[in-house]
Design a protein around this ligand. Structure first.
Ligand SMILES: Nc1ncnc2c1ncn2[C@@H]1O[C@H](COP(=O)(O)OP(=O)(O)O)[C@@H](O)[C@H]1O
Ligand SMILES: [Mg+2]
Length: 440
């Protein structure tokens, strides 16, 4: 009897244990279910597209906002190839961040235009490991960046309008100087033409007499009187002098015309709106043009020295914009030199040196002057929009901020400055020869 009771006791305690563990299991199951529900509710309430993609590009899980954007229920999408539904393509696109995340085991972010996901989006694929550390896929988080893109486009548009406005302002300001620059060679063209006219009047009688003499001789007429007429005409015409001076006058007039042509061409190149898109450009020519049209800005206070590397490769750029950057630099340099020379420069001119050089995949341009220099305490503010140390009318504080935008934002380059107060300033601009797509 005792034995039976003992056995039953044993049995009962085992039964209790089994009951207890199945309750615990049930409880754990409920907790897991609860946690799963919580997780999917959280994921569905996040206003981002979130998906878990396995190594083979199959969708393992995705949140409701993403499924809604794709116009399907999450159940229909699980197990499908992500690229077929997100990018509507049968092949893995080159830009796929998942591919790289899988290959390199790092988090990869790319900006894409994806109509199916609402336009401009930024996708981050973060590698996902199972508990034993095996890479099994990536978590995709997709952000809508349409607003950011629009703001960027608007900013670009405003910058481009600002650029155009500043350029027109510069053209207006340079116009008076350019008229003056054209005036000087025009004057010596005019005086040489006057000399040619007078010389023609002087030579005419001599040529007429010679023609008469030739005619009479060929007809066998008497030539005596015509001969002495020609002799007199030769005496009256200071031919020895004219023979030397006439070619000089002609070449001087030609030089004058060449000079005018060069200025007009430079002005046309500068003010004419060139291509808005980037094209391969001769950076040295842009610099020469800019120096020519701005001559009146610097010639009273400075000499300009060019040291341009002849075989420098063409630069993929918007010529107009780079011309504007160089002009801003040259005008700043001339103004700094003029300020240093003060009211009474006594002929002691400063210097502006511009050099170009190939430095790896960049064209390096240095604009150096012997002006006032920039005090250290303002050196980090000079690129700020509207920062100026000049009186109204002379400075607007936009030159360098525009230059920085053009070089760094529009051309993927860099601009830096070094300066020693009272000694001078040197700006270094680096512009990539090729656009970023070709460089990568
Ligand atoms: N070459 C230079 N030498 C000395 N100071 C300079 C030079 N370039 C720029 N700066 C300083 O940077 C400021 C901002 O230049 P910028 O943006 O071109 O505006 P602005 O010329 O209209 O003042 C100038 O006011 C001046 O103080
Ligand atoms: Mg300026």
């Amino acid at each position: 009897m005792n034995k039976v009771i003992q056995v039953n006791k044993k049995h009962l305690s085992a039964q209790t244990k089994t009951n207890q563990s199945s309750t615990a299991l049930q409880f754990e199951k409920t907790l897991i279910e609860h946690a799963k529900k919580e997780l999917s509710n959280i994921l569905d309430s996040i206003p981002l597209f979130i998906a878990l993609i396995d190594k083979n590009h199959n969708i393992v899980r995705l949140n409701m906002p993403m499924a809604n954007a794709l116009g399907m229920h999450p159940r229909e999408l699980v197990g499908q190839k992500c690229f077929e539904f997100c990018h509507k393509t049968r092949e893995i696109p080159d830009s796929c961040p998942h591919k790289r995340a899988m290959e390199e085991g790092i988090s990869v972010t790319v900006a894409l235009f994806e109509k199916n996901l609402g336009g401009h989006v930024e996708v981050t694929a973060t590698p996902f490991f199972d508990p034993d550390g095996t890479l099994i896929g990536s978590i995709h988080v997709v952000r809508d960046i349409n607003k950011r893109k629009k703001a960027e486009e608007e900013k670009e548009e405003i910058i481009s309008q600002l650029l155009q406005a500043q350029k027109l302002e510069e053209v207006g300001r340079l116009a008076a100087g350019i008229a003056h620059e054209i005036n000087t060679p025009s004057q010596y063209v005019a005086s040489n033409l006057e000399f040619l006219k007078e010389s023609f009047d002087e030579i005419s009688p001599l040529v007429n007499s010679c023609a008469k003499l030739i005619q009479a001789t060929s007809h066998g007429d008497s030539t005596e009187s015509i001969f002495s007429e020609a002799e007199k005409a030769l005496e009256d015409t200071d031919w020895e002098y004219l023979r030397e001076e006439l070619p000089l006058a002609i070449s001087q007039a030609q030089e004058g015309i060449d000079r005018v042509t060069k200025i007009v061409r430079a002005m046309k190149e500068f003010s004419h709106p060139g291509p808005k898109e980037k094209t391969y450009q001769d950076i040295n020519r842009i610099i020469e043009t800019t120096v020519t049209i701005s001559k009146n800005e610097w010639k009273y206070v400075s000499d300009v020295y060019l040291d341009l590397q002849e075989d420098i490769p063409p630069v993929y750029c918007i010529a107009d914009e780079i011309g504007q950057v160089i002009l801003n630099m040259v005008v700043n340099a001339a103004q700094a030199i003029s300020e240093k020379l003060g009211e009474n420069p006594e002929g002691a001119k400063g210097s502006i040196s511009i050099s170009t050089e190939k430095e790896k995949e960049y064209a390096k341009i240095i604009v150096k002057d012997t002006g006032t220099g920039i005090p250290e305490d303002i050196l980090n503010r000079i690129f700020d929009s509207f920062f100026t140390t000049k009186e109204a009318g002379r400075g607007t504080g936009q030159g360098l901020s525009i230059a920085k935008d053009i070089v760094e934002e529009n051309h993927d380059g860099s601009i830096s400055v070094t300066s020693v107060a009272c000694e001078g300033t040197s700006f270094t601009i680096r512009l990539p020869f090729n656009d970023s797509a070709q460089r990568d």
